[in-house]
Design a protein around this ligand. Sequence first.
Ligand code: COA
Length: 177
Amino acid sequence: MAARRLTSFPGVETTLLPGGQIVLIRPLRIDDIGQVRTIECLAFDDPWPGEWFEQAIASGDICWVAEADGHLAGYLVAMRERVQVHLANLAIAELWRRRGLGRLLVERLIAYARVSGAIRIRLEVRRSNNPARALYRKLQFRTGRILPGYYRGQEDALVLMLTLTPKSETDKPYGLV
Ligand SMILES: CC(C)(COP(=O)(O)OP(=O)(O)OC[C@H]1O[C@@H](n2cnc3c(N)ncnc32)[C@H](O)[C@@H]1OP(=O)(O)O)[C@@H](O)C(=O)NCCC(=O)NCCS
């Protein structure tokens, strides 16, 4: 069963996951950064410092959190770069993984990027990050270049791309910015 969008207001979107959890996707706020950093530090060996999240908010980048049943369960940060959108950060708290939240956030980004006229989404992923690679594969991302030693000289990054088809009749603009 697929996730079902319940409501979409400017800046907020509510979805019912197949498991019955209600998920709110809304803009990241400064006062979320403490919780976001907790997830970030557990998810990555090279976590973003809090200031990077602050800068992303201040720069007007795409910064969303997913609240599941009232808990801050994950987040996504992406930048508009001319014709493309760069997905720079995505993490889901361990307790909330494998329930469709990562997919939901990335699908919302794809919808947003398409409606805003971007021609592709790009991201880098560690070669060893099988969960993330499986998620992106499922969403039809294709592997492009390999960046040797991209992560502190120790691990290669794969550049993944999703080419976006032009906006179709059925696309609806999302309330998220
Ligand atoms: C990668 C990550 C964001 C996935 O989030 P998630 O909410 O658990 O993913 P979803 O539940 O939406 O999974 C969607 C699909 O991705 C694939 N997938 C996700 N996690 C997987 C895993 N551990 N093993 C295999 N496939 C996986 C599956 O195809 C899954 O669909 P299914 O559950 O119906 O089989 C999460 O594991 C995470 O936060 N990891 C640490 C941070 C990270 O690596 N971020 C990405 C950096 S590029």
